[in-house]
Write a protein that binds this ligand. Structure first.
Ligand SMILES: NC(=O)c1ccc[n+]([C@@H]2O[C@H](COP(=O)([O-])OP(=O)(O)OC[C@H]3O[C@@H](n4cnc5c(N)ncnc54)[C@H](O)[C@@H]3O)[C@@H](O)[C@H]2O)c1
Length: 495
């Protein structure tokens, strides 16, 4: 055994030993006895889970507000907790408890609310564990890592009578709510097209893993806990965010690409504006990871089409530098027979008539409103009071997952051929052509570069499963609606 392989063997052995020990500690649901049931009068005790990035907004969203107290900070990497611990101590006058292991947080009877800001592959399992133990949950977007998880979270919320808000915070902003109301009012005529844009430049994360293979997780981290339900594999990336943090978004085991990162916000708004509360009839997606070769696996450029017959949703991800589309880069456009509405931010909208003349503007809102809305619903015990209940969060995340499934099952074609491959719809052809122009501007060779062009997959909105006549394709597509969960981290159906 050479040095490299010996070291790898030792690392793997150590990790697997830790895994065996960890999987011995499973979560058994306790009777829901926390004070959330009589929270009307009481202080609400909050645990924030995952505090390196977005979790700090959770800390600030609860800290000193709405009679909440942050009692626990949970993160499996003790190197990242400093800011959160300090901030809570400054405001509350005493440091919160630090807990590395989520399993101890969800079974702690002195916690009412679990706020989850971990990577996507952990959201559903943590949320369900928390809800079956009587906690209410604020869960970051995307609510889920795969489609089936959403139905399980929803069933858990209803069965255990828990409040579960999903972190697509635009839903609480008056500027966005008024824009959506306008789209749905009939004032821009019949709306048959919703466009979602995630034009956000994402540079290469480097190709260390491709060249060198497995990398080490930080020594300060319980990596077994970080992997949780995902396979226990050493990281194969090493970027400015270290080997593990943040860039998991671009690795299928943990993330969902930019569709499930920034994109799920705009996916959620697109669907909300059309007023659709089910899955679409079909989904189709194409794209690729263009412009660089790096350790990322997900597409950085993607076109997705959701057929709600007669309405359509078109979603485009551009991860290379680009100009805007009708004034929006990360935003939405709804096209009606008499005009259109552009929402270029989470809290603003501009109405145009069909000649492009501005008619009206809406604006207003901030992230805090979404936390306020959640706490209000925790106190009222009515999930109907939430602006983004898990039922909504599930559907919007599912749209991202469905498109990724079509993309992942796609056939390889030179980029130059994609306009012919997208079918007859003129709007879809326009977007495919625009995508090629954008890639050409970024010096991508359209003849020599291969895109992945997915199949059009029919969906049964009742069963939330694909109904494809080709049996092999149906099997492959339906398998991607769920995942294999690691021993000790299984997500079970809610009876
Ligand atoms: N709503 C928004 O506007 C918004 C903005 C940014 C991120 N997000 C979402 O927030 C989540 C976190 O994103 P991020 O950018 O902060 O990622 P990150 O990788 O920077 O931070 C995630 C943190 O979770 C911790 N963690 C991982 N597994 C854990 C476990 N088992 N127990 C406890 N802690 C664990 C990590 O150690 C890390 O500190 C993602 O789901 C992301 O989509 C939402």
């Amino acid at each position: 055994m050479d040095i490299f392989h010996r070291r790898e063997f030792l690392n793997r052995s150590a990790i697997l030993a830790a895994a065996a020990a960890a999987s011995a500690t499973t979560v058994t649901a306790q009777q829901p006895v926390t004070r959330a049931t009589n929270a009307q009068a009481d202080k609400l005790r909050v645990a924030v889970v995952g505090v390196r990035g977005r979790g700090m907004s959770h800390v600030n969203g609860f800290l000193g507000k709405n009679n909440c107290e942050i009692v626990t900070i949970c993160d499996c990497d003790e190197a990242v907790i400093g800011n959160a611990m300090k901030r809570v101590e400054q405001v509350q006058g005493k440091a919160p408890k630090y807990e590395k292991d989520i399993r101890k947080v969800v079974t702690d009877k002195d916690i009412d609310i679990v706020a989850i800001a971990t990577p996507n592959h952990w959201h559903a399992l943590m949320a369900v564990w928390a809800m079956e133990n009587g906690k209410d949950v604020y869960c970051e977007k995307p609510a889920t890592h795969n489609v089936r998880e959403g139905a399980i979270m929803l069933a858990a919320a209803r069965k255990y009578k828990r409040i579960c808000q999903v972190g697509t915070q635009s839903r609480s902003n008056p500027g966005m709510r008024e824009s959506i109301e306008y789209v749905r009012s009939g004032k821009i005529g019949k709306v048959d097209l919703a466009i979602g844009l995630c034009y956000k430049s994402r540079p290469s994360i480097g190709d260390v893993g491709l060249k060198m293979g497995d990398q080490q997780p930080p020594k300060t981290m319980d990596y077994d806990l970080w992997c949780g339900p995902a396979p226990l594999k050493l990281p194969r990336r090493n970027t400015k965010n270290g080997t593990v943090h943040y860039d998991w978004h671009w690795i299928w085991d943990y993330g969902n690409g930019d569709l499930g990162n920034q994109g799920v916000h705009e996916m959620d708004k697109a669907r909300w504006g059309l007023g659709k509360t089910t899955m679409p009839h079909t989904v189709f997606s194409l794209g690729g990871r263009f412009g660089y070769i790096d350790d990322g696996e997900t597409a950085n450029t993607q076109l997705c089409v959701f057929d709600y017959g007669p309405e359509k949703m078109i979603f485009e991800v551009r991860g290379l530098p680009t100009s805007d589309y009708k004034g929006a880069k990360v935003g939405n456009i709804w096209v009606g027979s008499e005009g259109y509405v552009v929402c270029p931010t989470y809290s603003s909208g501009i109405v145009y008539d069909k000649n492009g003349k501005e008619v009206k503007r809406f604006s207003g809102g901030n992230d805090q409103l979404h936390f306020d809305n959640f706490v209000k619903a925790v106190r009222s015990r009515r999930y109907e009071d939430l602006t983004c209940d898990i039922a909504e969060g599930h559907l919007s995340a599912a749209l991202c997952h469905l498109a990724n499934i079509s993309y992942r099952l796609g056939q390889e074609l030179p980029l130059a051929q994609i306009v012919d491959a997208v079918g007859p719809d003129a709007n879809v052809k326009t977007f495919a052509t625009g995508m090629l122009e954008h890639l050409k501007t970024n010096k991508v060779d359209l003849d020599k570069t291969i895109a992945r062009v997915g199949p059009v997959l029919p969906i049964n909105p009742k069963t939330e499963r694909f109904e494809v006549t080709d049996k092999t394709l149906a099997e492959k597509a339906n398998a991607l609606l769920f995942r294999e969960y690691r021993k000790g981290f299984e997500l079970k159906d809610i009876a």
